[in-house]
Write a protein that binds this ligand. Sequence first.
Ligand code: LLP
Length: 434
Amino acid sequence: MILQSTTNEPSEAEPARAEPGPTGQIDGVDLQSLAQQVQTPFYAYSATAIRQRIAELQAALHGLDALVCFAVKANSNIAVLRLMHECGVGADIVSAGELRRSLHAGIPAARIVFSGVGKREEEIAEALAAGVSRFNVESRDELEMLQRLAHAQQLTAHAAVRINPDVDARTHAKISTGRAQNKFGVSVVEARSWFADATMFPNVRLDGLHVHIGSQILGLDPFKRALGRVARFWRELELQGHEIDSIDVGGGLGVRYRSRDKPVATRDYVDVIRDAFAGFPGRIVLEPGRWLVAEAGVLLTRVIRVKPGSRREFLVVDAAMNDLLRPSLYDAWHDIVPVSAMPGPVAAYDIVGPVCETGDTFALARDLPVCAAGDLLTINGAGAYGASMASNYNSRPLVAEVLLDNGRYAIVRRRQTFDDMIAGEQFPEDWRSA
Ligand code: LLP
């Protein structure tokens, strides 16, 4: 088996996920021997699992004029972006850096959409010159800037208004984006005024709507409510003669981090889109990030030592919050599994990294087979918002990323060296006045 399922349910009903099974393999690659060749901690992504996710989503979208644009922020490695491109997937970007990565990986500008509340002038200019297909505009000021820059380049930009539908995504507050008090998008009232003033923006074709209400959404209701509001607004615009060519439904589909998480079925999610926009003649854009890659990746880490504690033992591992921030930042749960567990006694551990913060904790009181220094573990569900959110905190080098594909592996990011880490820093020998 290349891919394992954690449940007893039939595996064909489950979206692809990469976790070491009893064989200690992911995507046909033996993790123990991989960890002999690549220094831990490192990320490993299953190309097969990513392809299967894309295929499942594309199958569910059958018959719709739909473009899937991967949210690059979820996993920005150029090899992952190349894989997306090979499968016909475009990119949802939020910075010039993500634009350059996407183009570098071969994703054509015609399949790139540019989102984000704080696009800077030079980023908009660069994206216009590259020919990105659409700007998801989040404020009147940005719309005016887009007009000015498109005029300067003698171009017509395609723009979508990001609607803030004031819907509760029922997810973690830090990753909820669709409430009126959040910084994202504009109200329907505000959007209406942009369409009314469309002639003031001759270099912008305001012919799209966009919505994204949050991430790790595990129910259909928030999607139904948000898309319902956007659909009502689209019908209103249509009656007024404003032609809408594209509706971008954002990302947000949740994944299973622990067995009690029940992600929505892909087909049911797509049916919500089909229902909301029945009769819409244009293109539907989707911006999934997490759903495509989270469960395709693991973070491999070794136990440095087992340290006695006042309540229970600490498992001090070589990965830390700078490598995978989600547990510290969102109290997120990730399954943690020994790669070659033998049947035997179990102990409850606090699993912590070497960083000098109490928040550098991956799990509290987690039951694991009794572990010893040197044991190899996987932290599962780490393919999204793992490497892409990593930092050099505590002067720890960014870790390697490895792509696995049907029995083979390739290092797609080498571990940072000390020289890489301090590149750009210098002693203050060149003092100037400003
Ligand atoms: N589109 C827009 C405009 C977004 O802001 C996002 C994510 C996505 C699409 C993709 O959402 P997804 O399908 O991945 O849910 N660091 C957090 C997640 C932050 C999501 C930010 N925006 C985490 O680790 O949970």
